[in-house]
Write a protein that binds this ligand. Structure first.
Ligand SMILES: Cc1cc2nc3c(=O)[nH]c(=O)nc-3n(C[C@H](O)[C@H](O)[C@H](O)COP(=O)(O)OP(=O)(O)OC[C@H]3O[C@@H](n4cnc5c(N)ncnc54)[C@H](O)[C@@H]3O)c2cc1C
Length: 446
């Protein structure tokens, strides 16, 4: 038992699953500790909007410490001993390790971006040059700085036209909602801001979207996928379907040690599976997910995808009897009823586990996901909402309409502004939209 007879609950992760659970857990019953390297919850659907300054970074996050009576530790869990109910966490500042004891453990550590071992990608992403992921706020900030750097460099006196074109070639990898939203934000930025502040550069900008599968926006209905395709075609985005990035290399080739060459600065080349090559200034990679290191190291039963196997009550397989180890969100998967790795699932599972624990810890009803449908913003007043599979994907589904165009775009904006946790962000987000539209995005770089 913890202090004042409250059972210690340890939550790992401050994302959609962990934050939802931490907010709802009854702190008069549980001494609740949340451990995460991120001291904030990130509203991921709005992350692409921050890469070009449509929204500012701070208005799409909520500090974890705003949850009353929660103990927060800014650290990463590195080891867990389920027999002695102890977790070792390493603080992100000095790397010091601490032990935390728990009665109940909830894994909500999410996933990280998968690069499928594509040569040249991880090294460049780590080096913070040319290749960027889009998962955390620091990724979005790095993309925004790089974008602005490229426009400033391309506009400098004496830049050769050929170098200018290379700097202004943008490659987006992956055809899911995140990539499509980033591409759309980029288009809005080009149309509304670059055309005003860098008018001579607009004609040199090239945007290519590469998707290994046969379609964009795979989870959406065919009609909405075609709608998105037609929009990108109209905007002259070079969409390559059935094409993957085989490697990223320097124009001078790959050095013997396989690393990033020192003179790589202006010259990476994307080698594509259709045989073409493309020199670029910025690549945003959002093409897949893989397990984080902790999930891989725990020795828990896992699916081939690397996700921890859970039962219908979100309990980790092998720990069902004691109701003491749960896994939720992107890092977990039920062996029979697979659900998509999306915010709705993680957040509902967090709320479900809170309900179970608050009610004594013995689950009565299995977790049932209720899908609200899928939404994507395509920029320039266009969007898509797919209501085809609203409801329980393994039970009763309602057939709501599919919507595209300005109405879907309004639903996307209205829906996400209304879903903010704090009143402050509910106000700030529409204010930034208003400011970006009427006064332009902030193009300062620091
Ligand atoms: C750009 C973007 C846009 C998206 N848009 C949508 C959308 O529109 N709709 C939708 O439904 N879904 C969307 N998603 C997917 C959605 O964000 C994820 O499905 C959701 O975040 C999963 O929640 P989670 O709690 O499982 O993991 P996450 O939200 O990823 O949180 C994981 C947490 O665990 C922490 N962590 C990692 N390792 C450790 C460790 N060792 N110890 C402690 N903590 C750790 C991380 O710091 C993080 O706080 C989007 C994702 C991205 C990246």
């Amino acid at each position: 038992m913890g202090t004042a007879g409250r059972a210690p609950v340890l939550i790992l992760g401050s994302g959609w699953g962990g934050f939802s659970l931490a907010r709802r857990l009854d702190k008069s019953k549980f001494e609740t500790t949340l451990v995460s390297p991120a001291n904030h919850f990130l509203f991921t659907p709005l992350l692409p909007s921050t890469t070009v300054g449509t929204l500012e970074f701070r208005c799409i996050q909520e500090p974890v410490r705003t949850i009353p009576h929660l103990r927060y530790v800014q650290a990463k869990a590195t080891r867990i001993d389920l027999a002695s109910r102890t977790a070792v966490v390493r603080d992100i500042f000095k790397g010091r390790e601490h032990e935390l004891r728990f009665d109940k453990l909830v894994l909500a550590v999410g996933c990280k971006t998968a690069t499928f071992g594509t040569p040249g990608v991880d090294e460049r992403e780590r080096a913070g040059r040319h290749v960027f992921f889009l998962k955390h706020l620091y990724h979005a900030r790095a993309i925004r700085n790089r974008l602005l750097e490229l426009f400033e460099r391309a506009d400098a006196p004496g830049v050769e036209p050929e170098l200018r074109r290379r700097l202004l070639t943008f490659v987006v990898v992956g055809g899911g909602p995140t990539s499509c939203e980033f591409t759309s934000e980029l288009f809005d930025f080009l149309r509304q801001d670059v055309s005003r502040w860098y008018p001579d550069l607009v004609r040199d900008v090239r945007v290519t979207l590469v998707e290994a599968g046969p379609v964009l926006l795979g989870p959406f209905h065919k009609s909405l996928r075609e709608y998105a395709m037609s929009i990108f075609e109209r905007r002259e985005v070079d969409v390559r379907l059935g094409v993957s990035v085989k490697a990223v290399r320097s124009r001078g080739g790959v050095p013997a040690d396989g690393g990033v060459p020192a003179d790589d600065d202006d010259s990476p080349v994307a080698v594509l599976s259709d045989g073409s090559e493309m020199e670029f200034g910025l690549m945003v990679w959002s093409a897949g997910l893989r397990a984080v290191r902790l999930t891989e190291s725990l020795g828990l039963p896992r699916a081939p995808s690397g996700r921890v196997l859970v039962d219908a009550y979100c309990r980790v397989r092998g720990h069902e009897a004691r109701n003491d180890v749960f896994a939720i969100g992107d890092c977990a998967v039920h062996d029979e009823r697979q659900l998509a790795q999306i915010a709705q699932v993680a957040s509902q599972q967090g709320a479900y586990v809170a309900r179970v624990l608050n009610a004594g810890g013995e689950p009565r009803d299995a977790f049932r996901f209720f899908s609200l449908g899928a939404m994507v913003s395509l920029g320039d007043f266009a969007g898509a909402y797919d209501g085809t599979h609203v409801g329980d994907p393994h039970g009763k589904e309602l057939r709501l309409p599919r919507v595209s165009g300005p109405l879907a775009w309004l639903m996307w904006r209205g829906g996400y502004a209304a879903r903010q946790v704090s009143f402050a962000n509910m106000m700030l987000i529409p204010m930034h939209w208003f400011k970006s539209f009427f006064f332009g995005r902030d193009i300062s770089r620091f």
